[in-house]
Design a protein around this ligand. Structure first.
Ligand SMILES: [Zn+2]
Length: 102
């Protein structure tokens, strides 16, 4: 019985491990991802930096139009999901991709 179960025990950790896949730089999301830098050709896990983007200003403007003038229009600037995410190569520090929520 033991030799029969041995291969299954080896397979279980491999199945639970997330696959190490290289994400194309054009579709990088909100998290650091494994990708190939188009500038230095190295396969790297990107460093991310969040910054204010157009989505925040558009949401702020929509709040103003709907009558939120008592500071409520500043709420979008506190929402992390509306921030642009800049992916930077840790090797050559080039900007690989900027993920924009809108
Ligand atoms: Zn690079």
């Amino acid at each position: 019985m033991l030799p029969f179960f041995q291969p299954n025990q080896d397979d279980a950790p491999a199945a639970q491990r997330p696959p190490e896949r290289i994400v194309p730089s054009e579709i990088l999301g909100r998290k650091p991802e494994l990708t190939q830098c188009p500038f230095c050709e190295e396969v790297v896990v990107t460093e991310i930096h969040s910054q204010r983007g157009g989505a925040m200003w558009i949401t702020c403007f929509l709040c103003l139009i709907m009558g939120c003038v008592a500071g409520c229009c500043l709420i979008p600037f506190c929402m992390k999901r509306l921030r642009n995410i800049q992916h930077v190569c840790p090797e050559c520090h080039a900007n690989i991709h900027t993920h924009k929520p809108l």
